[in-house]
Write a protein that binds this ligand. Structure first.
Ligand SMILES: [Zn+2]
Length: 332
């Protein structure tokens, strides 16, 4: 892909005489490389979408990943072990936080670092918790039940875990930190306070040794008919990164990456952007609100957010773009 960002041709100093005989100099414009760019032609490793699908299913099979439950503890151990097996240096960022019910609960953000010595790094993230209340269910009797969170949480986490295996086996010349946030989905409608508790804690207590050049968040990525519009907040904070990823995806023939700008989505990328970690969100924003024209897609924050909506083809499409992007990315 051609990048027309900041490459400016060096102009040698031109000296000329003006009418009154005084020398004027045209300033030298130095060549500046863009901070990061895509250079195609590298060997791109395979992304295993069936593994990604299994990893989504595995998280869902543990049960809703709600703080304090056996499913939460077992999933945390599973995710952490997977990152270790992939070759990451893994840290657990344990913390306590008050949620909208008034309770104070224990949470853990998981951080898996590849190529930990590298100074130039990027961040990949998703949330691994699942929403503790299905408040978009038509039947209010079900509102207190936790959702399966197959797409809302497990899909992005599954893609990143499958990608972790690729990163462990195929070295990059920059570092990657995979961060799996806890406590994304405790919010109640009408207030942002209960949302993104894990990423807010991470942003305020950043455990990374190097600031990432940029970050990519995955959320609600695995639906059978997933479409990724350019998310408004991502465009505002890191439009150049959105542009690079979307153009890369489109150049690979991926038709899920659309140029329309979606409504702003308050998600884990916002607390990161607010502390200067420029992060974009790849999200199927059309699902939000559970008001799609297609009744099958009306499962956001309901008990129907299960494996029946998840497609290995979608995970393949996204995983292939992300793998190609990462192995074509040059950080200058
Ligand atoms: Zn959610």
């Amino acid at each position: 892909m051609k990048l027309i960002l900041l490459t400016i041709v060096t102009i040698t100093t031109l000296v000329f005489l003006t009418g009154c005989g005084k020398k004027e100099e045209v300033p030298v414009v130095k060549e500046t490389a863009p901070a990061f760019e895509i250079k195609k032609g590298n060997k791109i490793p395979q992304f295993d979408s069936l593994l990604a699908f299994e990893l989504v299913a595995k998280q869902v099979a543990f049960g809703p990943r709600v703080s304090g439950t056996p499913a939460w503890a077992a999933t945390k151990e599973f995710l952490s072990n997977r990152l270790v097996q992939a070759g990451a240096i893994v840290k657990h960022q344990d913390f306590e936080a008050r949620v909208p019910t008034g309770e104070t609960l224990k949470f853990t953000n998981l951080i898996g670092s590849f190529n930990p010595q590298a100074e130039k790094r990027i961040l990949l993230c998703a949330h691994w918790d699942s929403r503790p209340h299905a408040d978009q269910e038509a039947d209010s009797g079900k509102h207190k039940q936790p959702i399966p969170g197959a797409n809302d949480g497990a899909s992005g986490t599954g893609v990143l875990l499958a990608l972790a295996d690729v990163l462990g086996a195929n070295k990059l010349d920059y570092g990657v930190d995979i961060v799996l946030f806890d406590a994304e989905d405790y919010g109640r409608s009408g207030s942002l306070e209960g949302y993104c508790i894990g990423s807010k804690y991470f942003a305020a207590n950043n455990p990374l040794t190097q600031k990432p050049v940029f970050g990519i968040l995955l959320d609600l990525v695995g639906d059978k008919e997933a479409i990724y519009m350019r998310e408004e907040g991502s465009v505002r904070f890191a439009g150049d990164v959105v542009d690079l990823v979307w153009k890369f995806g489109q150049s690979e023939g991926n038709t899920r990456f659309k140029d329309f700008v979606s409504q702003p989505v308050y998600d884990d990328h916002i607390p990161l952007n607010e502390v200067g970690i420029r992060t974009i969100n790849i999200i199927d924003a059309g699902l939000i609100g559970a008001d799609s024209k297609d009744p099958r897609r009306n499962y956001w924050h309901t008990l129907k957010d299960d494996m029946s909506n998840i497609s290995a083809t979608t995970l393949y499409d996204l995983g292939k773009v992300l793998t190609g992007f990462l192995y074509s990315l040059k950080i200058n």
